[in-house]
Structures are given as C-alpha cells and as structure tokens.
Design a protein around this ligand. Structure first.
Ligand SMILES: Nc1ncnc2c1ncn2[C@@H]1O[C@H](COP(=O)(O)OP(=O)(O)OP(=O)(O)O)[C@@H](O)[C@H]1O
Length: 257
C-alpha cells in the first residue's frame, strides 16, 4: 500500500461477468489491519460484487486474493468466516423467524457441557445475556431479544446484523451500507462501533453512499468506477469534491498510486 500500512487483504485483477454485464474488470482492492477502508462508487460500480467475491459469497472469474500475505481461495462464506472475515450484507441475511439472540449466534451457538460431559446443551441464558449486551453497545433497544426478528423495524434488524458481524469478526469485517436504514442516534452508534472494532486491530471495509459519513469514519478511501478501482485516498487528505470527482470520472488517480 502506498501509505506504508500493513496490508491484510489484497485483491488483484478481479473480474466478474454476469451475462453481458462486466461487474468487475481487473479490479484491485486493499484493506489494512486496524484501519477503516471506505469502498465508494456510483450505483452499479461493482462494490457489492467485489465484497461478495472477497467474502466467499461469489467467486470471481479471474484474479488473485491474498490475505495475511498468502493466497486465499474463498470458495464459500464459511471459508471466509474461518479466516476471521465477517460480512454485513445489504440484504442482511437474518433468519426472520428466529429471535435476535438466536440470530446473533446462528451457526455458532454456545454450548454448555451436559451433566455426563457427553452431550452439550445450548446455553440460551448466556446467549441472551451476551446478545443484550451486544445490542446495548450498539444503542439498540430491543424490548425482547426473544421476539422473532421479522417483527423488528428495518433499523433494528440492521443493528442485529451489525452486532452479529462485530461479535465474530477477528480479522476483517465488510459492512455493505450498515447505516442505510438507521436514524441519527443509531447511525452514530454504528460509526462508534466501527471505530471500536478498528481500534481492536480489525480491518473494517465500509461501503457507503454517504460521503460525510465516509470522511468522518474512514482512514482510507478506495473508489470503484465501472468495475475498476480508479483512485485511492487518505481520508484526512481528501475532500468531498475530490471523492465525487473520482466516482464520476472527473479524476483518475489510480495510475499515480
Ligand atoms: N447476480 C447478478 N446478476 C446480473 N447482474 C448483476 C448481478 N449482480 C450484480 N450485477 C450487475 O453488476 C453491476 C455491478 O453491480 P453491484 O451491485 O456490484 O454494484 P454496486 O456498486 O454495489 O451498486 P449499488 O451502489 O447500486 O448497490 C451492475 O450492473 C449490476 O446490475
């Protein structure tokens, strides 16, 4: 990375085609440990496709992904999770019939040893207590963590999805528009949470259309346009105008990096 930080995740030359649509065309991307990298770009620039390819939800047609200095083949989301990579998707991927606490632990339920030491029991009490704490940290007021998430507001569901990823990410977390459905207070809490996770040494990749939010929370910004990275900035050294210029094509700085 031109900034001299430790690169945790690096993608080189990723391409992904859907029929005639070239969603990614030789796209590069990098994210460093302990920093927030904003991934920005106009509608259809390829941001979600890039995140899906980097979190195992989709496979690129071409290109190389390196993680912690080694090639990493992401054939499924489970592979990414085992590597410490968590994702908050735009469509949230919650199990709507299950309650918030169960969603938080879905697939990773806490088990306490059985009396005979052979059979484990789901430790629901501990799961609920930890869920209440995780949601409180995000400023989410759920009157009942045992109610199915289908009955929650869009913002509450979004916070459940954020809480789940934050709880499990050990190395990298992708957040695709994590504040889109949130009110002002919850939005600030999520931004605080992003900073806290970053300060834990985790790499945070934030997709956002909200440029003031990007400038408030990101350390670096990478810009995609027409499926390619076209610019990178240090957030402290750039402006809203410059970011918009890179997204629309008025500025192309990738060759200078
Ligand atoms: N599963 C798919 N099938 C067909 N086309 C797709 C599919 N996924 C993405 N695309 C197309 O690929 C291009 C990039 O889409 P993508 O969702 O990655 O962009 P984006 O930058 O995340 O956009 P937005 O900000 O609007 O969410 C778009 O033209 C989109 O229509």
């Amino acid at each position: 990375m031109s900034t001299g930080d430790e690169v945790l995740l690096e993608a080189r030359g990723l391409s992904k085609t859907f029929g005639h649509v070239r969603a990614l065309q030789d796209a590069n991307f990098s994210a460093g440990a302990g920093e927030v990298t904003a991934l920005i770009g106009d509608n259809g620039a390829g941001k979600s496709t890039l995140v899906k390819c980097l979190s195992g939800a989709q496979q690129p047609d071409h290109g190389e992904i390196r993680f912690g200095g080694r090639p990493l083949r992401l054939d499924s989301p489970a592979t990414a999770q085992r590597a410490g990579i968590e994702t908050v998707f735009q469509d949230l991927a919650l199990a709507s019939d299950l309650d918030a606490a169960t969603n938080l632990f879905l697939g990773r339920e806490l088990v306490r040893p059985g009396v005979l030491g052979r059979f484990g029991f789901l430790d629901r009490r501990r799961m609920r207590a930890e869920a209440v704490q995780a949601f409180a940290e995000l400023g989410v007021n759920l009157s009942d963590v045992r109610a199915p998430v289908a009955g929650l507001s869009g913002g509450q569901r979004q916070s459940v999805a954020v809480a789940r990823s934050v709880a499990w990410a050990t190395r990298l977390i992708f957040m695709d528009e994590p504040t889109a459905a949130l009110g002002v207070v919850q939005r600030e809490r999520v931004l605080d949470t992003i900073r806290r996770v970053r300060d834990r040494g985790v790499a945070v990749v934030l997709i956002s259309h909200n440029m003031p939010e990007v400038l408030a929370v990101a350390d670096r910004v990478e810009v995609l346009r027409l499926g390619r990275r076209v610019a990178r900035f240090r957030a402290a050294d750039t402006t809203l105008e410059e970011l918009v210029g890179a997204m629309t094509g008025a500025i192309d700085r990738e060759d200078q990096q």
